[in-house]
Design a protein around this ligand. Structure first.
Ligand code: SF4
Length: 348
């Protein structure tokens, strides 16, 4: 057996072709292999049933197929399914399947852990371990898609990069994975059904605009006050709300796409009428949608869910200012479905 095997998911179609030719195999097999990797993905070379046994053996001898494996699955009463995926090096990341009335969403991770240290986030407590490869990001979608069909007979309609990690700090791999998800050679899902969620890195948001991406962009805002936001999200200390708004205007001008703000309503922290007014004022600068999210409690006693009264007051105020507001109620509360809660538990 060869040592130092390469992950075959890192190879392009041409690179697979070159490998085959240099090993006395026919070039057309490259397309078949590529399809097994990306279009009808398998996680074992043995499942590539239209290849000869010898070729399957050769591939297994020279390469690894670092697809993700389901290590743990929890199903909530509300049908949300939380998954811990095991990577080839034993590390864990999370994915969630969220079936709702009119859509079936897969929430996937882009990094193992995260370096951005948001105060309210369970993943932040793990620190940063490593970036996921494009194949690892892609194969989470494949696994969740299969589980959705198996358990509920539902195809996936939407994908959100909102799990563990900051996708814009793993830029190349995330873009490659989203390209394959929307490619005919991959899962052929419209990029408009993919949403990348970021903590808000202005320089990288401008890069997305320059790269003319077609997927949706969501920004975790959580406060429209620099002091408060810097306390909740240390990333704001070097990327102020002013820098962020400049990047949003740039993104909006270049792509014509309306950005979404995610706003987690935390009791006594960012849920007052004054907070809502600051948010409405900030949002005057660009066309925007706002998702107001109910907090899913972790074991962190510093944060509690906003009271129903404050929640309603906040939403009502924004609506009175003619803002596009969606309310996202917490899902999978009985199975700790907030980002980082499951992998964090396993890690402990
Ligand atoms: S909320 Fe997102 S960006 Fe912030 S620490 Fe958690 S995973 Fe990282």
């Amino acid at each position: 057996m060869s040592k130092n095997k390469q992950d075959i998911l890192l190879l392009s179609l041409n690179e697979i072709k070159d490998f085959l030719l240099s090993n006395g195999e026919k070039a057309f097999r490259a397309k078949q292999i590529y399809e097994w990797l990306w279009t009808k993905p398998v996680s074992d070379f043995n499942d590539m049933t239209n290849l000869s046994k010898n070729l399957r053996y050769l591939l297994a001898d020279k390469f690894t197929l670092n697809a993700v494996k389901v290590e743990n699955m929890q199903i909530s009463k509300d049908k949300t399914i939380k998954l811990a995926f095991k990577l080839h090096d034993g590390m864990l990341v999370e994915g969630v399947l969220i079936p709702s009335e009119n859509r079936t969403t897969a929430c996937i991770s882009s990094q193992v852990g995260c370096s951005l240290a948001c105060e309210f986030c369970a993943t932040a407590k793990m620190g940063f371990c490593r970036n996921l490869t494009a194949g690892e990001i892609y194969h989470q979608v494949v696994q969740i898609m299969n589980i959705s069909k198996e358990k509920y007979n539902l195809p996936l309609s939407n994908i959100v990069l909102m799990g563990m990690g900051e996708p814009l700090l793993n830029y190349e791999n995330v873009l490659k994975a989203t390209e394959m998800i929307s490619s005919e050679k991959g899962l052929a899902m419209s990029p408009q059904r993919i949403t990348l969620s970021t903590a808000g890195l202005p320089r990288m948001i401008k890069k997305l605009a320059d790269d003319n991406v077609k997927f949706n962009l969501a920004i975790s805002l959580h406060s429209a006050n620099n002091k408060k936001r810097s306390e909740l999200m240390p990333v704001n200390r070097h990327n102020s709300l002013e820098d962020l708004s400049e990047a949003i205007v740039y993104f909006n001008d270049k792509t014509g796409t309306r950005v979404t703000f995610e706003y987690l309503l935390l009791g006594g922290i960012n849920d007052s009428l004054a907070d809502a007014k600051e948010l409405a004022e900030y949002c005057k600068q660009f066309p925007i949608k706002i998702n107001i999210i109910e907090y899913n409690s972790t074991n962190d006693a510093r944060f509690v869910r906003a009271s129903n009264e404050n929640f309603d007051q906040f939403v009502t105020f924004l609506k009175s200012r003619n803002m596009v507001v969606n309310v996202r109620r917490s899902r999978g509360m009985d199975i700790a479905a907030a980002c980082g809660q499951l992998a964090g538990k396993k890690k402990k």
